[in-house]
Write a new protein. Structure first.
Length: 160
């Protein structure tokens, strides 16, 4: 399975903030047996986010793209809008599960607007930008990612 990690952060893109969340995701994906085939840090710019998501899904044909950052209520937080523009089918249960886990730790989790869904056979999931929120999200995602990706690829294995 091939994955990409896209960090959306103005400060990160300018080199003013270390990308702890992106690094964490890369380490966890590799430990779970994924090849991390793409990684970028981009500013909170709609066109750049859309272009990379489309490129990674359509040209690189990644199985999974995890984004981190840009999911809140700040004026420049536009990752969910950029993601919605490229999705062909949504998977709202994933985003709901991530928010539910976050709410166990902080009421601010309800402010996350992250999305999840499919572009062709690529699963795209928005995660918050904070390293702690990304760690909590990984706890939710790691047990189901391989199964989800197998189902996307047409596996007939039962979910029950």
């Amino acid at each position: 399975m091939r994955a990409g990690v896209l960090t959306v952060s103005d400060r990160g893109a300018r080199g003013e903030r270390e990308d702890l969340s992106g690094r964490f995701l890369q380490e966890k994906l590799k430990a779970a047996g994924f090849e991390v085939a793409a990684y970028e840090i981009v500013p909170d710019e709609y066109e750049e986010i859309v272009a990379l998501l489309v490129d990674w899904a359509d040209r690189l044909k990644l199985d999974l793209i995890l984004t981190t950052g840009g999911t809140g209520l700040s004026p420049r937080d536009i990752t969910p809008e950029a993601t919605r523009a490229v999705l062909e089918r949504e998977a709202p249960g994933i985003a709901e599960a991530l928010r539910a886990k976050g709410l166990q730790h902080t009421p601010y989790a309800m402010l996350s607007r992250g999305r999840a869904g499919l572009r062709r056979q690529t699963l795209i999931i928005n995660l918050p930008g904070s390293p702690q929120a990304v760690k909590e999200a990984w706890e939710v995602l790691s047990p189901v990612l391989k199964h989800a990706l197998e189902k996307i690829q047409g596996s007939g294995v039962e979910c029950a």
